[in-house]
Design a protein around this ligand. Structure first.
Ligand code: IMP
Ligand code: MG
Length: 177
């Protein structure tokens, strides 16, 4: 019975954050010709907006990752779905996730992308929660840094809810009972 999530970053702030990340990707790789790897499901909205900001000349690919289930705390086990290997081999790959918490998901995804022969990898996250890190991983590009709060909206869920919210918000107390 958490009610309506309280806004932390509104749609305009998110748009500006995404725009800035796209600008920084283009600065790092001005020649274009990159693959954008979207870590599903949470990064579906972020990657769509980032792709629009990056414009023409990118390949879009996806992998599904799971670790949270119904909880607001990572299970510590990340299950990854299939990668589209041809989209990664010999390519410059931007790994896009909306949020990094323990770092398990990002480090697992990066290891798999490297194993598939990516030419270069840039990790790009909209929100970083560095205080929660259990794995030594630092995203290359970060939009916003937040303290230890469980966020929902803009693709992020709590037990399957709130993904469609156009802003990032926090649930009231006791969302995890
Ligand atoms: P990590 O593996 O603990 O770094 O968590 C990464 C994944 O967990 C993200 O891709 C999200 O799907 C999910 N996640 C982490 N923190 C949050 C949050 O605050 N709200 C919703 N999902 C989160
Ligand atoms: Mg989730």
């Amino acid at each position: 019975m958490a009610g309506r999530p309280e806004c932390v970053f509104d749609a305009a702030q998110i748009r500006e954050g995404v725009r800035d990340l796209a600008r920084r990707i283009r600065e790092r790789w001005p020649e274009g010709g990159l693959t954008l790897l979207c870590v599903l499901k949470g990064a579906a909205l972020f990657a769509a907006d980032l792709a629009r900001e990056l414009g023409d000349g990118l390949e879009l690919t996806f992998v599904q990752a799971r670790s949270y289930g119904k909880s607001t705390v990572s299970s510590g086990e990340v299950t990854l779905g299939e990668f589209e290997d041809e989209a990664l081999r010999g390519r410059r790959v931007v790994v896009a996730d909306t949020i990094v918490d323990t770092g398990l998901t990002l480090s697992r995804v990066v290891a798999e992308v490297r194993e598939r022969g990516a030419d270069a990898i840039l990790t790009c996250v909209l929100v970083d929660k560095p205080v929660r890190r259990t794995v030594d991983v630092t995203p290359d590009l970060v939009g916003f840094t937040v303290p230890d709060r469980f966020l929902v909206g803009y693709g992020l869920d709590h037990d399957g809810h709130h993904r469609g919210l156009p802003y990032l918000g926090v649930l009231g107390e006791s969302a995890d009972e």
